[in-house]
Design a protein around this ligand. Sequence first.
Ligand SMILES: CC(C)(COP(=O)(O)OP(=O)(O)OC[C@H]1O[C@@H](n2cnc3c(N)ncnc32)[C@H](O)[C@@H]1OP(=O)(O)O)[C@@H](O)C(=O)NCCC(=O)NCCS
Length: 195
Amino acid sequence: MTIKKAEKNEAKIIAQIHRKSINTGFLSTFGDRFLTKLYEFIISADYCVCYIYRQKDTPVGFICVSLDSKKMYNDFLKKNLNLAITVFLKNAFSVNRLTKIFDHLFYNKKKKELPAAELLSVAVIEDFKRKKIGSKLFDKAINYFKNNKINNFVITTGASNIESNEYFKKNKCQLIKRISIHKNQNSNIYTKTIK
Ligand SMILES: CC(C)(COP(=O)(O)OP(=O)(O)OC[C@H]1O[C@@H](n2cnc3c(N)ncnc32)[C@H](O)[C@@H]1OP(=O)(O)O)[C@@H](O)C(=O)NCCC(=O)NCCS
């Protein structure tokens, strides 16, 4: 096994794992093209990182983190305004989808007093779960934060996502609040203190 920093040309495989694994998540609904662009941006930004876990050269999991997630989403939207407008227009006829987009845009306001650093996403493909791959990726993210003098970061996950909540608890993250980003869909906010 190897864990390596992702290259820009690996954004597509990360997007595919994301879509398959985090299928209840809001970002997954926008499709592979949007997700690939987002991950290309994250991989290229000097204040973010993605690591890929490979088993015999096959990517089976990844983790992505940012030193400043609010800046990351703002910079991404500025750089990809055309794509954002296309996604917006495609969803313009679905009140439900549009509500979700607006809810997400204002979600950062709900996190105002929380750390700027964030664990953006983590996923392991189905057949490789419960083998501590996720925890090894988590440790790698912790090292990245440590090297960047970050001692506290935030994580948001669906309140009904049992495996992710158990995983974050096992990795000593503290549940600090539950918010409703999307109507009828609660999210748990964790913080992790790095010692
Ligand atoms: C969350 C996820 C990344 C965990 O990856 P993983 O490699 O299976 O995790 P680990 O093997 O390191 O598990 C560590 C601990 O987490 C907890 N855990 C993980 N999956 C669990 C499950 N399905 N049920 C209960 N506890 C679970 C356990 O305490 C486990 O330790 P144990 O196996 O010794 O009991 C993986 O389940 C996943 O990809 N889920 C879908 C994507 C997702 O929801 N991501 C989070 C939102 S960004």
